[in-house]
Design a protein. Structure first.
Lengths: 533, 177
């Protein structure tokens, strides 16, 4: 049968977009084998695709430059600069150092983008200036930002309605904030405090840390000081070291250990004795963080017991096994036919709170082996994880992946761009996987933060759903009709088959996991939200 | 320290040669693998092999011809071992595509240049659609959700654009020939 151009084009885009069916693929192969003309069209089509991709990337770069954000190095990232970068890495490459290889791969990717005169800066960038290190009972004004614990903070305004937050600036200053308070992060060495109570610790490396207030500027010369910005009698208390106080129309004043000053009027003569008792919130923080961690842990224990008793939960790993254990108990009440998981390689560490166990996955050997018999027309996978890195040289990081590529296998993973993917193997020969891919979740800013992930597969409703921290992220129509059968599977890694010859692609997860469940039911939005609390 | 390591003359020569052949190597791999993501992955792997074998490279030979043989084997290997492996061309077809693509690559630059001008002829919303599609790794579902359109409608529109662009490219090339 002679093809028409329309059919040929349809097959070409199907192949390029990976939406082609096995039958169509068969047809495409046949056409390509039998017709020199179709092959020539295929070559031209692929060049056209390359041109469109390159144009899109150039266009995006041009816009980013135009808007002027996120790519600080883009102006100088023209070809010679990139080439120099490549050369710099080559010495390491020759020495066979793994870090060099990663840089090398980044360089190669950037080279592909360099189809025009410009190339994207190959190095990752961040505009963060501080990190939210600790906190208790935090209530942020949701109209502004609501930062997560350990979240990098970018310049901008934060309004703390209540609670105590500890912010560590990248240059080393530590600022404890008691709500209600408003603070604007300006840079890694400067903040503007509008109101609230603040306590600062400025180590020698952060000397020169500057705090602006509506009543004047404070430059810290390596100290501990407290700042109470209330309506009627704002005050600055120096507990240790020296602080410069700059107020409008008056000479700079130097305050030293044990002194304090009223700030209501420039040059106010109200001189006080520093009163540490007014700023105990910062010294109590340790104890309060511990206490609130204990409360959260207790709440988790209670919720945990209820979840384990759910008749549809087939596997629940709570990571509360005895110290040094090399297996993970299945604590699901109805999990009779799923045995304990076997730990290979991974090390025990602390989970979300003191007392909570967790497994750290670091190397390509780290994994938990599971056997998950049975078929699942509906299932929910849920886990608490902290992701520590993603490699551009590694296309996928396993959360939970069935061994090999057998029909019905489940591949739950983080893709290299930070999106989540649930793959259900549709056929092993030819090998076809129905992949459902979420929007990007793990940007660099989310590395190191505890994140609750859930994936719901619901065959009767023909829907796949992804959740992050209890909120639904995306929904996808089910593509195939194969009933999932996870069988032998691994947390944090993937094995191509039991006796795989030679090397195979690396899929290991780098991070921590402290909770994992497999439930034989498609949880509702509300149920997932509860699980993530 | 990576920053202080001096590149050897061999590595400098390698970089220059690989850099010059990079686009053609990708174009070579694309026709076998069908999409750019896989082609990029395979080229990254192949580059490691090519670097390791570089001591055996005879500078009087054409670098692309030499390097493409490693890329070819890497592509075959990739198809065998790719985890989320998809539908693949069989070895016979791969060999034929590889053989014919090498001489075909001399048209590549002209095609890219022609296409660049064709894109500029599109109206702004169509260009926007093309840009979004290729930047988002051809994920139509997410794109459709964001634009509040039906995925199939959007995808049809895109494929019409791709076809028109392909025809425009062909037209420009024959005009210039």
């Amino acid at each position: 049968m002679k093809p028409n151009d329309q059919e040929v084009h349809r097959l070409f885009v199907g192949k390029a977009d990976r939406t082609i069916t096995p039958e169509e693929h068969e047809r495409l192969s046949e056409l390509l084998k039998n017709s020199a003309e179709v092959r020539s069209q295929w070559f031209a089509f692929q060049d056209a695709e390359a041109a469109l991709l390159a144009w899109s990337q150039r266009e995006a770069l041009r816009r980013e430059k135009g808007v002027g954000f996120a790519l600080p190095g883009a102006e100088q990232a023209i070809l010679p600069a990139r080439r120099g970068g490549g050369l710099r890495y080559l010495g390491t490459l020759a020495a066979g150092i793994v870090i060099g290889l990663a840089a090398w791969s980044i360089w190669l990717r950037s080279a592909e983008r360099a189809t025009g005169n410009l190339t994207a800066q190959s190095e990752a960038t961040t505009s963060s200036v501080a990190v939210l290190a600790r906190g208790v009972n935090l209530e942020w004004d949701p109209a502004l930002a609501v930062p997560a614990m350990n979240a990098p903070l970018q310049p901008g305004v934060l309004r703390l309605k209540s609670g105590v937050a500890e912010i560590e600036f990248f240059r080393g200053a530590r600022l404890c904030v008691e709500g209600p308070a408003e603070i604007q992060l300006v840079s890694s060495g400067e903040a503007f405090c509008r109101y609230g109570r603040f306590s600062a610790h400025v180590p020698p490396q952060a000397r020169g840390f500057r705090i602006g207030t509506p009543k004047g500027d404070i430059v810290d010369l390596g100290t501990d000081f407290g700042l109470d910005l209330n309506e009627t009698s704002p005050e600055l208390h120096v507990f240790k070291g020296e602080v410069e106080l700059h107020q409008p129309k008056t000479a700079m004043r130097m305050l030293t250990t044990g002194t304090a000053a009223g700030l209501e009027q420039p040059g106010s003569t109200r001189t006080l004795v520093a009163n540490a008792a007014a700023f105990t919130f910062s010294r109590d923080l340790d104890a309060r963080v511990t206490a609130s961690g204990r409360e959260a842990f207790d709440r988790w224990l209670e919720a945990s017991a209820r979840w384990n008793a759910d008749p549809d939960v087939r596997l629940r790993l709570d990571f509360q096994d005895e110290k040094g254990a090399r297996s993970l108990r299945n604590v699901a009440a109805n999990g009779g036919n799923i045995a304990a998981g076997t730990i290979v390689g991974g090390n025990w560490t602390e989970g979300r709170w003191p007392g909570k166990g967790a497994l750290q996955f670091r190397s390509v050997s780290d994994r938990v082996r599971l056997n998950l018999p049975g078929e699942y027309r509906q299932f929910t996978l849920a886990a608490w994880v902290q992701l520590h890195s993603l490699s551009t040289r590694q296309s996928q990081s396993s959360l939970c992946m069935s061994q090999g590529i057998e029909a019905g296998g489940i591949h739950w993973q983080v893709l290299h761009d930070g999106s989540l993917c649930l793959g259900i193997v549709a056929s092993s020969r030819p090998s076809v996987t129905d992949d459902y891919i979420s929007p990007v979740v793990f940007t660099r800013e989310r590395f190191g933060q505890w994140t609750h992930l859930a994936a719901v597969f619901d065959m009767p409703a023909r829907e796949v759903r992804f959740y992050v921290n209890g909120e639904r992220l995306s929904r996808h129509a089910i593509k195939g009709s194969v009933v999932p059968k996870p069988a032998l599977a691994e947390l944090g890694n993937w094995m191509p088959s039991a006796d795989y010859p030679g090397s195979h692609p690396v899929r290991n997860f780098v991070g921590i996991m402290d909770d994992f469940s497999l439930c034989a039911r498609a949880l509702s939005d509300g149920e997932v939200r509860k699980l993530a609390q | 320290m990576p920053d202080s390591a001096e590149p050897s003359p061999a590595s400098e020569q390698f970089i220059t040669l690989l850099n010059a052949s990079h686009g053609r190597l990708l174009g070579f791999l694309r026709v076998m693998l069908g999409n750019s993501a896989d082609a990029e992955d395979v080229l990254q792997r192949a580059s490691m092999t090519i670097w390791r074998k570089f001591v055996e490279y005879d500078p009087s030979r054409d670098f692309f011809a030499w390097a493409s043989s490693f890329a070819f084997y890497e592509a075959k290997n990739f198809q065998r071992t790719a985890a989320r492996s998809r539908l693949h061309f069989d070895d016979e077809l791969l060999q034929r595509l590889a053989d014919e693509r090498v001489p075909d690559l001399e048209h590549r630059d002209a095609r890219l240049a022609a296409m660049d001008r064709c894109i500029e002829e599109l109206d702004a919303p169509s260009r926007e659609l093309v840009r979004e599609f290729y930047l988002n790794n051809t994920d139509v579902a997410t794109l459709a959700e964001r634009l509040g359109r039906a995925p199939q409608t959007l995808y049809n529109k895109l494929n019409t654009l791709r076809r028109l662009l392909g025809e425009c490219m062909k037209r420009r090339l024959t005009q210039e020939a």
